[in-house]
Design a protein around this ligand. Structure first.
Ligand SMILES: Nc1nc2c(ncn2[C@@H]2O[C@H](COP(=O)(O)OP(=O)(O)OP(=O)(O)O)[C@@H](O)[C@H]2O)c(=O)[nH]1
Ligand SMILES: [Mg+2]
Length: 452
């Protein structure tokens, strides 16, 4: 188990990595962290560095040969990213030149950093909590402006502060209850119960608000998988092309055009969505088409959301609902009635499934479909913005919520009440990484890129 620690400069070996992206770039950065930077500064930079000042210098190789001219910045502990002594060497961003500078640092005693090791050290040295450390990776990986904004908020500590505020309130409530446990002769009275209930309700509301923002962040991070299914020729591939704004899937008036699942990543309001166009489902003796139809069914089965596409010009729309047989109830569905430019919409019972009438050809109803998709996957614009939350955070928040719920059932039983509150606090503390199994830390940081 790891607990936030104070900087432990003396025990850390020196790690080095290319921190800038691979390939060619205007500038490349080598980052080195740990003890023993003096030798690298002396040998590679050859100058005394004023803390946190950019110094133009020549980076030297073995026997003093010139590798590059660049900028060196020294951040002495504890005022650095990792909390240790950190040296940044900014040179020309070519892969050969970067590798030469890195190799020189490795020759002088540094070792190559593991993925995420700089941030792991920042966490272990108390520079940031675990939720903030995770948001570093999320910010780097963010593909949309909204995802980046919510990761930046989490990195600044907004998510952690919300969790800490919940923990502080819990501690106050636990203090009240545990004081009673210390004096068993004191009888709990009605005002105590009222106070406990009031504080519990406040806690429940704040936890719910945090959970709502975290769920939105999780959507921004993970997105959703959406399958377009329906009979042949209803316009599924046309819809994929329309939503993505690209001519990706073949479209023709020959039923059975699409055979395989065609995947495309798009975004609506910054939410990453993975759209899957599938083969039209029908009875056929064509073996290859049947394979495609099986894939279509499996895709619908695994999706978070199914767009059941129906052609207004083709027979009884209600019959299409039979295609949903086998799709699990957890997958949400929208019936998309297409080609309203070419036929009359006859009202039919969608069995409670939301219905969008549209024309892929003219674009009519497309914005309504986008809105229904966002609604179906649970996206709500929160005024205060989403927290970039991960599955692990959501699990912990749900766990905290269930203990808080259990606490509400035992308000008058001091010991049980205290125990539920303790477990609520433990679940929340796990988000910040206060008591975190080491294998979880390994899992979190191994997904980072090298040099971060
Ligand atoms: N009038 C009209 N035609 C459309 C519309 N959407 C698609 N089509 C036409 O319908 C035909 C079939 O379109 P596709 O997108 O290939 O249909 P599909 O559902 O992918 O068909 P399969 O791949 O065979 O299952 C094409 O000729 C399209 O141009 C629409 O909104 N209005
Ligand atoms: Mg198709």
């Amino acid at each position: 188990m790891s607990k936030l620690r104070l900087p432990q400069q003396a025990s850390a070996d020196t790690i080095a990595a290319i921190a800038s992206a691979q390939g060619r770039g205007g500038v490349g950065i080598i980052r080195i962290s740990g003890c023993g930077l003096e030798k690298i500064i002396e040998t590679v930079v050859g100058r005394t560095l004023v803390p946190r000042h950019a110094t133009l210098c020549e980076f030297s190789g073995a026997q003093g040969s010139l590798i590059d001219t660049g900028i060196a910045i020294f951040f002495p502990s504890p005022h650095s990213y990792t909390g240790e002594d950190v040296l940044e060497l900014q040179g020309h961003g070519g892969s050969a030149v970067m590798q030469l500078v890195l190799n020189r640092c490795l020759d002088l005693g540094a070792r190559l950093a593991r993925p995420g090791e700089f941030t792991e050290r920042a966490f272990l040295n108390g520079k940031m909590d675990l939720a903030q450390a995770e948001s570093v990776a999320d910010l780097i990986e963010a593909n949309t402006a909204q995802a980046a904004a919510s990761a930046a908020r989490s990195l600044r500590g907004e998510f952690s502060d919300a969790i800490q505020a919940l923990i502080d309130r819990l501690i106050y409530l636990r203090m009240l209850v545990e004081a009673m446990l210390d004096f068993p002769e004191e009888q709990i009275d009605r005002t105590d119960i009222e106070l406990r209930n009031r504080l519990l309700t406040e806690l429940e509301n704040s936890l719910q608000a945090t959970l709502d923002r975290a769920k939105q962040g999780s959507l921004l991070r993970e997105g959703a998988h959406i399958a377009i299914v329906g009979q042949p020729n209803v316009g599924k591939s046309s819809l994929l092309n329309k939503l993505s704004g690209e001519d990706i899937a073949l479209v023709s008036d020959i039923p059975g055009t699409t055979r395989d699942v065609i995947r495309q990543a798009i975004q609506i309001n910054g939410i990453p969505l993975h759209i899957m166009d599938t083969a039209g489902v029908r009875e056929t003796s064509d073996a290859v088409e049947n394979m495609g139809i099986e894939r279509a069914k499996a895709t619908a089965h695994a999706a978070d959301l199914v767009l059941l596409m129906v052609d207004v010009t083709q027979g009884d729309p209600a019959k299409n609902l039979a295609l949903l047989v086998g799709v699990p109830r957890s997958a949400r569905t929208i019936v998309v009635l297409n080609k309203i430019d070419a036929g009359q919409v006859t009202p039919f019972d969608t069995q409670g499934i939301p219905l969008v009438c549209m024309s892929v050809k003219t674009g009519q109803g497309l914005d309504q479909l986008r809105g229904e998709i966002l609604k179906a996957i649970g996206w709500q614009e929160t005024e205060s913005g989403a927290f970039m939350a991960r599955e692990r955070h959501l699990r912990a928040l749900y766990q905290a919520q269930s203990h808080l719920f259990a606490a509400a059932g035992v308000v008058a039983q001091d010991e049980l009440f205290a125990e539920e509150l303790r477990q609520t606090q433990d679940a929340l503390s796990e988000i910040l990484g206060e008591f975190t199994p080491d294998d979880l830390l390994g899992e979190v940081f191994s997904r980072f890129c090298i040099g971060k």
